[in-house]
Design a protein around this ligand. Structure first.
Ligand SMILES: [Zn+2]
Length: 269
């Protein structure tokens, strides 16, 4: 069984401040240790469920050289390999080879979710909303669509209670959702203890991988329109110059293509 672990930092137990997820801040070193150990918990759970190959992809934009590079290498479980990429959604070779299931760890809710801890979509200040074929989605949706494009279902999402609800609504009741904290606001939470959070993720990963077919791969309908509502008109103008991308009004852009991946690449790569 081939398993893909997609990690973000904002949904990790013990994390609820930007300073814990921004490279170069003193608190970041604590954040990345907490993050790495939750990834390790998912790796242990996957191995217990029979995974024979486990690849971890860090999706957290920490800034500077730490973007997509927040895991602490020497703390990572020896049972996985991990990918550090220059651009988000750059690495697709593992998915292209056929992956049985994905586990999403440390996820956060979409921009504007009132009690979503550190909620945002792609950019905390630059993006207001993201839509796939008119449906508002967050980063769980983006990563699920990336996996779904190559037929890989998302078996588990961990993070705060808000992203668990968001994930279940998008991916269906077969999703194993592991809440490791209850969001009280954007920078406040009632956390599960760190040890308990890791145990929940390990158990959740193991249980979810017993039946990865419980969740269908997420594939936005074809043809696909991706719309981004940005905060700044000049940023929208830049996107609007890309081939296949249209400026809908001063702050909204739409990328249309035969499928989600083609529409996404027009915006991002
Ligand atoms: Zn992040």
């Amino acid at each position: 069984m081939r398993v893909f672990i997609v990690g973000d930092m904002e949904g990790v137990a013990g994390i609820c401040r930007w300073e814990q997820v921004m490279g170069g801040e003193p608190l970041y070193e604590e954040g990345r240790r907490l993050y790495t150990e939750e990834i390790n918990a998912a790796v242990r759970g996957a191995r217990a469920a029979g995974a024979t190959e486990i690849v971890v992809m860090d999706c957290h934009g920490a800034g500077k050289g730490w973007s997509f590079n927040s895991l602490v290498p020497e703390l990572l479980d020896g049972g996985c390999e991990w990918v550090v990429q220059q651009n988000w959604t750059e690495y697709t070779a593992y998915l292209e080879g056929g992956v049985d299931a994905a586990l999403f760890v440390g996820m956060h809710a979409m921009a504007g979710t009132p009690t979503g801890v550190l909620n945002h979509t792609v950019s905390g200040t630059g993006w207001r909303n993201l839509y796939f074929n008119g449906r508002v989605v967050g980063e769980t949706g983006i990563n699920a669509a990336l996996c779904g494009h190559w037929g890989c279902p998302v078996a588990m999402v961990s993070g705060d209670d808000a992203v668990c609800a968001e994930g279940a609504e998008l991916l269906g009741p077969g999703l194993t959702a592991v809440a490791v904290k209850k969001g009280l606001g954007r920078s406040s939470a009632r956390h599960t203890s760190v040890a308990r959070a890791r145990a929940l993720i390990e158990e959740g990963a193991k249980a979810a991988l017993k039946d990865p077919g419980a969740v269908a791969p997420y594939m936005p309908e074809r043809p696909c329109e991706i719309e981004i509502e940005l905060a700044e008109s000049d940023v929208a103008k830049e996107y609007g110059r890309k081939p296949g991308v249209e400026l809908k009004d001063s702050r909204r852009v739409a990328s249309r293509a035969p499928d989600w991946w083609s529409a996404w690449r027009q915006l991002y790569l």
